[in-house]
Design a protein around this ligand. Structure first.
Ligand code: MIC
Ligand code: SF4
Length: 741
């Protein structure tokens, strides 16, 4: 690495940020021979490893199976965490999941075994905590089929969330392509104290940058404030960088990372990192004059930072808790809090649990009965086992909390709420990262707010959204007014981490003989058929399927929760396509006009009718279309059902790439206002697709029902090789051609 960083510094001709050091030392072609233009040049990288979670791994591995390879080319792991529903508590819920999803777990286990992939069983933990504990390392580069892969930035990595098809490239021994990111520097001064936690740093950053402010950029944190924070705290900050659209976030190597590596049994990695310490952080000149080296700089004084709650319905609506009472009243947010949920890949470390437990313990000691229900998802079996040994889980149980499985659970709608609300308005607070409409429990009227684990604990105890523990008193069982003291946490377990069965299965040395079976009549798994190549002609008579209004995240395009069960079956999961998107013409979800019959019906039904009639269609969208998840189903479903084009004001990074990989045309209005020209009965003609080329806008005729016509232009970001994916029908078709050759 030292050598490669030196060479990179020479060709770039100036001091380097940490992000650049990692990027330039992972070039597919080896040593850097020229500097790249940020935000412009496509660059081939060679990531060190790959991680996949069960909900995305199914599609990723179904594609990899078509690639004709014997083994994965780089170390890869699969983690079973998304398919476990939270209901009764860990023991019963895990047994239920093992039964109801055994077909999928067995499939993932046997494919992993065959192709040399490490397999983490259901209950072993949430992908990103397990990766941080076992695989992440300073200066490394990894990709993962989950948008929160970025969590590993807490250990000084450049870790990036991708769609399955991107992971398949790397598994198949090919380069991974990324547009060289822009760089945002966040200088942290001061020190966190009292009720303020690492979570508040990212809640604040989200408020500043908004859900799309980080698009195409790496966020690099530095300064004394960064060094004073724990490694898992840094992980929290990087994790939620996904919520500002950032490509990833990272921190320079420091003592907190060394402590964490040693505590997680990787003293050897710490030693190796210590030897090249100066290369594992940005150059001094960069941090001394950040404005000169970053595209944008934000400064946050941790000593001044206040605890926040972000929400509802979007993670960037940041409110300091001191202002919550006023804001909640103004906006008529339900004040009573029904649930507090602690966990998710964002905030489920040992330190997080100790800080939340320090609040929970006070409630018990001071005789306060918790007013809201409380649920906990530990991040991994190692954390759970250690927290149980150290009496932390008992503290929560004394407060009547339910300890759910070490898994995503309510964070991804895998939650059978005991107090089911139908579509009643209600409020929950959680330490997760996402709070899009319907995400946790499927109810569009659940107002979900994101906060630190200790704040979630305090609010759950008070039962009120407007509770400010720094100021407000609570009435205890004896009618006495009491206050909660500030939280206190323990960075790493003083007696060390411990675990009986971490839940890991190493792959077999020789997987050749292992046969993968997928039952023909399975409703959960379906082998893939290649998509049709492009016929090379212009596209005419393309009908509007839906013009989506406002926020359209991947949760709107391909909902999770109950639909997670079909993630391995393209035909079945396609029945959820765009059912959450709001139709701009009637402001309803899942009700669009079928231009053949003039009738209104569900989006997937209308699209299947167009498909049956051989009519190509187009989806129109607003800004940051495809925000959120890495799930490539949001691109494969429209592709499978015959949508040819998605034209929007702007895309979220992963989704745009996913569309390209699956052979779709994902383009943006050259003039944003043209979105307003699109009417419900429109037909589109792509008159110069035949000369589709990099940097050349496409011309589109929009024909309205009254025969009038608008001519609009659309931009695109396809380079030569991406146009090849479009031509061949998908990137995978291209890999297959090369494998055969
Ligand atoms: C999420 O948090 O939305 C998920 C579920 O982890 C997704 C992946 C998926 O949809 O399977 C993500 O963030 O990429
Ligand atoms: Fe799982 Fe939630 Fe993290 Fe996604 S954000 S990986 S669903 S815990």
């Amino acid at each position: 690495m030292a050598d490669r960083v030196d060479k990179a510094r020479k060709v770039v001709g100036k001091p380097l940020t940490l992000s650049e050091k990692i990027l330039y030392s992972h070039l597919w072609d080896g040593d850097a021979s020229k500097g790249f233009t940020r935000g412009k040049d496509y660059v081939d990288f060679a990531p060190d490893r790959i991680a996949c979670q069960d909900a995305t791994a199914q599609m990723a591995l179904l594609q990899f199976m078509q690639a004709g390879k014997k083994n994965v080319a780089v170390p890869t792991t699969v983690h079973c965490d998304h398919l476990i529903q939270a209901k009764m508590g860990a023991a019963i819920d895990l047994a239920t999941a093992n039964k109801s999803s055994h077909e999928v777990f067995d499939f993932l286990e046997s494919v992993s075994n065959k192709y040399g992939i490490g397999f983490w069983k259901p209950g072993a933990g949430i992908i990103h905590q397990v990766v941080l504990e076992n695989y992440a390392f300073p200066g490394g580069m990894m990709i993962g089929t989950d948008s929160h892969t970025v969590n590993a930035g807490g250990l000084g990595m450049v870790a990036i969330g991708v769609g399955g098809a991107d992971a398949v490239d790397v598994m198949a021994g090919m380069a991974w392509e990324l547009k060289f990111p822009k760089l945002i520097g966040v200088k942290l001064t001061g020190k966190l104290s009292g009720w303020t936690a690492p979570k508040d740093v990212i809640l604040k950053v989200a408020g500043i940058l908004t859900v799309k402010g980080g698009t195409g950029a790496i966020v690099e944190y530095f300064g004394e404030g960064a060094r004073s924070m724990s490694c898992t705290g840094k992980g929290t900050i990087c994790n939620m960088g996904a919520e500002v659209g950032a490509t990833t976030s990272t921190f320079g190597y420091d003592d907190s990372m060394e402590r964490y590596l040693k505590a997680t049994d990787r003293a050897d990695v710490a030693e190796a990192a210590n030897e090249i310490r100066e290369h594992l952080t940005g150059d001094d000149e960069v941090y001394a004059n950040p404005e000169k080296y970053f595209d944008e700089v934000i400064e946050i004084d941790l000593s001044e930072l206040k605890p926040h709650l972000n929400g509802p319905f979007t993670p960037d609506l940041a409110t300091p808790i001191s202002e919550m009472a006023k804001k909640a009243k103004e906006n008529d947010w339900p004040i009573k809090v029904d649930w507090g949920l602690i966990g998710s890949c964002t905030n489920s470390s040992y330190e997080d649990l100790t800080r939340a437990a320090s609040i929970a313990k006070q409630a018990v000691d001071k005789k306060i009965i918790a007013k809201s229900d409380l649920g906990i998802n530990p991040g991994s079996e190692t954390i759970r086992f250690t927290a149980e040994r150290d009496g932390l889980l008992q503290i929560f149980e004394d407060l009547n909390a339910t300890i759910f499985t070490n898994a995503c659970g309510p964070c991804i709608g895998q939650w059978d709420r005991s107090d089911r609300k139908g579509d009643e308005r209600n409020t929950i607070v959680h330490s997760f990262n996402r709070n899009f409409s319907k995400r946790a429990d499927g109810n569009p009227n659940t107002h979900a707010f994101v906060g630190s684990p200790e704040m979630v604990a305090a609010i759950a105890i008070s039962g009120r959204l407007d509770f400010d523990p720094t100021r407000d008193k609570l009435l205890n069982e004896d009618g006495v007014e009491v206050m909660l003291d500030e939280p206190a946490g323990i960075e790493l377990p003083p007696k060390g981490f411990d675990v009986k069965d971490p839940g890991y299965l190493a792959p077999s040395e020789d997987g050749n003989k292992i046969a993968i079976k997928v039952a023909k009549d399975s409703e959960r798994l379906q082998l893939l058929e290649p998509f049709e190549p492009w016929d090379g002609k212009n596209l005419f008579d393309v009908k509007l399927l839906i013009k989506a209004f406002g926020k359209c995240t991947t949760d709107h395009i391909s909902m999770a929760g109950p639909w997670l069960r079909f993630r391995g079956h393209l035909d079945n999961i396609s029945n959820n396509m765009l059912i959450g998107a709001i139709n701009a013409f009637n402001k309803k979800t899942n009700l669009v006009k079928n231009q053949i019959t003039g009738e209104y019906d569900a989006v997937p039904a209308v699209q299947r009718a167009y498909k049956a009639a051989g009519i190509p269609t187009i989806v129109v969208g607003d800004h940051n279309y495809g925000e959120g998840s890495s799930r490539e189903h949001a691109a494969m479903e429209p592709r499978f059902l015959g949508v040819r084009v998605v034209v929007v004001k702007s895309f979220a990074r992963i989704h745009e790439t996913n569309l390209k990989k699956q052979g779709m045309l994902g383009i943006t209005f050259a003039n944003e206002k043209d979105y307003d020209l699109i009417l419900e009965d429109d037909t589109f003609n792509f008159v110069d697709l035949e000369s589709f080329a990099p940097d050349k806008p496409l011309n589109i005729e929009v024909i309205h029902a009254d025969g009038s016509k608008d001519l609009i232009k659309a931009n695109h970001t396809y380079n030569e090789s991406q146009i090849e994916w479009f031509k061949q029908g998908s990137a995978l078709n291209l890999i297959k051609m090369h494998s055969v050759a």
